[in-house]
Design a protein around this ligand. Structure first.
Ligand code: MV4
Length: 452
C-alpha cells in the first residue's frame, strides 16, 4: 500500500510536534521548517531534518510559500502537512503544493476555497440538507434587501462578512433602527479586513452553545464522523476549554447530526479531515461555518474515539481507504482539553519569556501536547499557546476530578500562564454541571476582576 517516505511539516510549536509523532510511528521521516526565532524549538530538535525558512515574522517564514516549497524540494519530501493556522486554509498554497508534484495533506483547494467563503459554504450545506441559522439565501447587495430578510426572520439579526469567520466582520442589529449602522460598519470592516465587502444576514442567536462535528473522508467516497466537541468556553473567539462529547447531547442527537453531515460531505466529494461548526440553542443545531483543517482541539476527539486523526489524515492523503465504517467508531468516556497559554490569567496580556521550570502531569488518562522544555524561551512572535492538557475518563465527573488533579501537578515557571484561570474554571459549579453558553466565560472572567 502506497505511503509517503518523507513529510514536511509546515508549522511550529505543539502541532508540529504532534504531526511529527504521527509520522514517526508510521515510519515516515520528517522535515521541520523554522524561523530564526525557532532554531532551538522542540519541533526542530525532534525532526529528522530541518530547514531555516526565514526571519521571525510569520509572513517571512511560516507563511513564506516559496521558502517552504523550496525546503520540500531540496529535502525530497513527498507531502506537506500544514497543521492549523498559517497556510492550513490557504487554497492557493494547496494548489501550489500540488503543482510542485507534492501532496497537500488536507482537502482539495476547491473545497478550501468554497468553505472559506461563508456564503458559498452555507449554500452548499443548504443544498445538502444540513440545518442552518435562518437568514438571507446568499449575499445581500442592498440595505433594502437586508431589511426585508430581517422582517422575515425577526430581530435581533447579524450582518456577517462572507470572507469573515472567527468573529471578524460581524455586527448585530437589535432592532430596525440599528440595521443601517450594522450594515455600513460590517461592510466597511469586511472591505478593510478582507478586501471583500460581500455580506449576508442571519437571525442572531443570543445564548447558543458552540458545538462542532469532526469528519474524515478518504479519496474513495467513504466519510465518517467522530462525534462532536463542545467549544462554548471561549473569550474573544479564543477557545479556553473543549469537551468531547458535549454535556448537552445524547448519542441519538449525535448520530442524527452525524448522519446528516456525513451524507452531505459524501455528495460534496469532500476529502480528508474537516469540522462543521454549529450553534446549538433550544435543542436545535444551526450550521455556521466549516473548517477545512485539523483543529487545535482534535485531541479530545481522539481520546473518546481511540483514533489518531493525524495518522488518518496522512493515510487518506496517500490514497488509502478508511478501512472502517461508521458502526466501527465507538465513543468511550469523556475528554476535556485545557488550552494553556503564555498570558496573564487576568488581563490576557501575552507573557512570552524564558521557562525556568517545566513539569508535565501524568498518570492514567492524562495527555499533554506541548513543545515546551525547561530553559526554552517562548518567542513573542507567534500564538501564545504553550500546552494542551487533555484528560480522559469514563464519565464527565471523573474527567473533571482528573483535570483538577492534573492541573495541580503541572508546573510552568518563569512566565505567566493561564493555569490559575483553568483551576478556577474546573472548580466552578456551573462548569461542573455543564451549564454554560458561549457567553459564560466572559462573565466568569469579569466577575473575578479586582474591585478597584
Ligand atoms: C453567530 C452568533 C449568534 N447568532 N451567528 C462568532 C464567530 C463566528 N464563527 C460565528 N460567530 C457567531 N455567530 C448567529 N446567527 C454568535 C457567534 C459568536 C460565537 C460563535 C461561536 C463561538 C463563540 C462565539 C462568540 C461570540 C459570538
Amino acid at each position: 500500500m502506497r505511503m509517503f517516505g518523507k513529510i514536511l511539516i509546515a508549522n511550529r510549536g505543539e502541532i508540529a510536534l504532534r504531526v511529527h509523532r504521527a509520522c514517526q510511528e508510521m515510519g515516515i521521516r520528517t522535515v521541520a521548517v523554522h524561523s530564526t526565532a525557532d532554531a532551538t524549538a522542540m519541533h526542530v530538535r525532534l525532526a529528522d531534518e530541518s530547514v531555516c525558512i526565514g526571519p521571525p515574522a510569520a509572513r517571512d517564514s511560516y507563511l513564506n510559500v516559496a521558502a517552504i516549497l523550496s525546503a520540500a524540494t531540496i529535502t525530497g519530501a513527498e507531502a506537506i502537512h500544514p497543521g492549523y493556522g498559517f497556510l492550513s486554509e490557504n487554497a492557493r498554497f494547496a494548489e501550489m503544493v500540488e503543482a510542485h508534484g507534492l501532496t497537500f495533506i488536507g482537502p482539495t483547494a476547491d473545497h478550501i476555497r468554497m468553505m472559506g467563503d461563508k456564503i458559498a459554504a452555507k449554500a452548499a450545506m443548504r443544498s445538502l440538507g444540513v440545518p442552518l441559522v435562518p437568514g438571507s439565501d446568499g449575499a445581500l447587495t442592498t440595505l433594502e434587501e437586508a431589511r426585508a430578510v430581517a422582517e422575515v426572520v425577526k430581530y435581533p439579526v447579524l450582518i456577517k462578512a462572507a470572507a469573515g469567520g472567527g468573529g471578524r466582520g460581524m455586527k448585530v442589529a437589535h432592532a430596525e433602527d440599528e440595521l443601517e449602522e450594522a450594515w455600513r460598519v460590517a461592510r466597511a470592516e469586511a472591505k478593510a479586513a478582507f478586501g471583500d465587502d460581500s455580506v449576508y444576514l442571519e437571525k442572531y442567536l443570543d445564548r447558543p452553545r458552540h458545538i462542532e462535528m469532526q469528519v474524515l473522508a478518504d479519496n474513495h467516497g467513504n466519510v465518517v464522523h467522530f462525534g462532536e466537541r463542545d467549544c462554548s468556553l471561549q473569550r474573544r473567539h479564543q477557545k479556553l476549554v473543549e469537551e468531547a462529547g458535549s454535556p448537552v447531547l445524547d448519542s441519538a442527537a449525535r448520530d442524527a447530526l452525524g448522519t446528516t453531515v456525513t451524507a452531505g460531505l459524501r455528495k460534496l466529494g469532500y476529502r480528508n479531515a474537516g469540522t462543521l461548526e454549529f450553534l446549538w440553542q433550544d435543542n436545535q443545531f444551526a450550521f455556521i461555518e466549516m473548517n477545512t483543517r485539523l483543529q487545535v482541539e482534535h485531541p479530545v476527539t481522539e481520546m473518546v474515539c481511540g483514533i489518531d486523526l493525524v495518522k488518518e489524515q496522512i493515510r487518506v492523503a496517500a490514497g488509502q481507504t478508511l478501512g472502517y465504517a461508521q458502526p466501527d467508531i465507538r465513543f468511550s468516556g469523556h475528554a476535556i482539553e485545557c488550552r494553556i497559554t503564555a498570558e496573564d490569567p487576568e488581563t490576557f496580556a501575552p507573557n512570552p519569556g524564558r521557562v525556568t521550570q517545566y513539569h508535565a502531569p501524568g498518570g492514567l488518562g492524562v495527555r499533554v501536547d506541548s513543545a515546551l522544555y525547561a530553559g526554552y524561551t517562548v518567542p513573542p512572535h507567534y500564538d501564545s499557546l504553550i500546552a494542551k492538557l487533555v484528560v480522559h475518563a469514563p464519565t464527565r465527573s471523573e474527567a473533571i476530578g482528573r483535570l483538577r488533579r492534573a492541573l495541580g501537578e503541572m508546573v510552568v515557571a518563569g512566565i505567566k500562564t493561564t493555569l490559575p484561570l483553568h483551576q478556577r474554571v474546573v472548580d466552578d459549579p456551573e462548569f461542573q454541571r455543564g451549564d454554560y453558553t458561549i457567553h459564560w466565560l466572559e462573565r466568569f472572567v469579569a466577575k473575578a476582576e479586582p474591585a478597584d
